[in-house]
Design a protein around this ligand. Structure first.
Ligand SMILES: NC(=O)c1ccc[n+]([C@@H]2O[C@H](COP(=O)([O-])OP(=O)(O)OC[C@H]3O[C@@H](n4cnc5c(N)ncnc54)[C@H](O)[C@@H]3O)[C@@H](O)[C@H]2O)c1
Length: 322
């Protein structure tokens, strides 16, 4: 049997490159589409085909129409929540219109392609109900970034209901791990790693008791590959094909800083700065649905994942210095 064909948009990025690695290990033929706006060439696995291009372009639509892909893991996005606040139209152009460009190509010419969309759990549910949030909790995004993710999820439900396209939305917690950069939703891990390596104080906004659900990138990649191969009931409405991908554990910024200090063997001081406006106090995801439906659960504990991430940043620093 020929290899299954996968398209990974955003595959030169942090999470997308882990998804590409894991698909390759599972025997997929992998093509990466990325415009390298935040992704890096060195993240692209050598066994993958690489197409440099923008998801809003006609060339990207043509690639989807002609590629014969069994699955499209769609990770390419404008990921900066603060930029979405400053320029919501730019965010919508990439995150909504870019996605629609690919979805229309699938509808017209490749309707058997399963779409696995990288959505967000951390920026979708508000904090009106106490965590852990399950998929059916009310959605009250705090920023245009989350609004665009929610809009795309409604479009996916529409494509499922009206055009019978097979779609899945994976709602990630705060993803951290090797290759991350400081700009994503879990940017604090990269920022703290770099600070520890510089021997500079770690800045904690507010009292540091605010919590997030930190999930390791390798675990997120495994969820994508499971979702790519799973037999699932038809997708027809919002939430039906949505799965939270997290640990269910709330980790405070203070606990995160302490764990990274242990990993670094450092007693770098912690300094506090004023709390940032509009930040959620608590966030964690209920992951019962993905455990029961896809059989996925996170393999990495937070302390092990943070130690591995710190070691990666340290090795990169040592490599750059050599
Ligand atoms: N990092 C997190 O904690 C987190 C949490 C929830 C959801 N997500 C989602 O996961 C996905 C991947 O995020 P990441 O953290 O790996 O970010 P990233 O910036 O490392 O990856 C995004 C990739 O998309 C590419 N890209 C951006 N705009 C593009 C365009 N117009 N055309 C083609 N390629 C384009 C970038 O070059 C980059 O390689 C995104 O959809 C993001 O919204 C991330």
């Amino acid at each position: 049997m020929a290899d299954k064909r996968a398209l990974v948009t955003g595959g030169a990025g942090f999470i997308g490159s882990h998804v590409a690695d894991t698909l390759l290990a599972a025997g997929y033929d992998v093509t990466i589409l990325d415009n390298l706006s935040s992704g890096r060439r060195e993240n692209i696995p050598s066994a993958a085909h690489f197409v440099e291009g923008d998801i809003v372009s006609e060339d990207a639509a043509a690639l989807v129409r002609s590629g014969g892909f069994d699955v499209m893991c769609h990770l390419a996005a404008q990921i900066d929540v603060r930029r979405s606040v400053e320029d919501p139209a730019f965010d919508a152009r990439i995150n909504i219109l870019g996605t629609l460009n690919l979805m229309e190509a699938i509808r017209v010419a490749s309707p058997k392609t399963r779409v696995i969309f990288s959505s967000t759990g951390g920026a979708l549910y508000g904090d009106f109900d106490p965590p852990p949030s399950s998929e059916t909790f009310s959605k009250d995004p705090e920023a245009p970034y989350g609004i665009a993710k929610l809009a795309v999820e409604y479009y996916l439900a529409y494509y499922g209901r009206v055009h019978h396209i097979d779609t899945v939305a994976l709602r990630y917690g705060n993803v951290y791990g090797p290759r991350q950069d400081p700009h994503g939703e879990a940017g604090v891990v990269a920022i703290f790693c770099n600070r520890l390596l510089d021997g500079r104080a770690l800045t904690v906004f507010g009292d540091g008791t605010q919590t997030r659900d930190y999930v390791f990138a390798g675990d997120v990649a495994a969820a994508n590959v499971l979702a790519a191969g799973a037999v699932l009931p038809p997708a027809a409405r919002l939430d039906a094909r949505a799965f939270n991908i997290g640990t269910g554990v709330e980790t405070s910024v203070n606990a995160l800083a302490a764990s990274l200090q242990r990993a670094a063997g450092s007693d770098t001081p912690i300094e506090h700065a004023p709390a940032r406006a509009g930040e959620l106090a608590r966030s964690a995801l209920n992951t019962s649905k993905v455990r029961e439906t896809l059989g996925w659960s996170p393999a990495k504990s937070i302390d092990d994942g943070l130690a591995e991430t710190y070691a990666w940043f340290a090795a990169r620093r040592a490599g750059a210095a050599a």
